[in-house]
Design a protein around this ligand. Structure first.
Ligand code: IMP
Length: 178
């Protein structure tokens, strides 16, 4: 990968640079350190895509916290399948806890809408959402995204954990489809 990246039948060009992403991640972590101080939050990382973002973010979170992982999926190729499945579930009691859901990208938001409902049924004290990317056009504000690095146009992106049919997760920069 360089300035352009060919994955299967599609070409991508460099779009968000590592240094800009890292600066935003640092900002988010600072806000979380202030907002969540003394609350011992539980970060719920949504696999697979959020693994790099979560790793960078949580290394900069310096307050006491716990980290758990869930795997949800609603995507096939470059389009949402609309079917949201919880593949690996949450086996912790979250009643009364402060939760931060960590997601790579909120696109239509359908994946998280369902998951957030499930979490709320478990009676946490609060649920916040942290996302690296948001596509406001597709999303239409279905729920608050409390901690966000970038709003982006409605174009498919890869890199920094995000994939196109399994490929393209392994980069520090984010690439946009050409
Ligand atoms: P949503 O349910 O439409 O918000 O989609 C959420 C999930 O779809 C994300 O967690 C990603 O895994 C995937 N996704 C959405 N947009 C993109 C994209 O531009 N590139 C790669 N994956 C995406």
């Amino acid at each position: 990968m360089g300035d352009t990246w060919k994955l299967k039948d599609k070409s991508f060009e460099k779009y968000l640079l590592e240094e800009d992403i890292q600066a935003k991640v640092k900002e988010l972590a600072s806000r979380i350190n202030i907002d969540m101080a003394g609350k011992k939050p539980l970060f719920i990382v949504v696999l697979n895509g959020a693994f790099i973002f979560a790793s960078d973010l949580l290394k900069l979170v310096t307050i006491d916290c716990e980290i758990a992982f869930v795997k949800l999926s609603s995507y096939q190729g470059t389009h949402s399948s609309g079917v949201v499945q919880q593949i690996i579930g949450l086996d912790l009691d979250i009643k009364g806890r402060s939760i931060v859901v960590v997601e790579d990208i909120v696109d239509t938001g359908l994946t998280l809408v369902r998951f957030l409902e499930t979490l709320r049924e478990m009676e946490p004290a609060e649920v916040k959402v942290a996302a690296c990317l948001l596509k406001p056009e597709a999303f239409g504000g279905k729920f608050p995204v409390d901690y966000l690095c970038f709003s982006i146009p409605n174009k498919f992106v890869v890199g920094y954990g995000l994939d196109y049919d399994g490929l393209g997760r392994n980069s520090s920069d984010i690439y946009q489809i050409v």
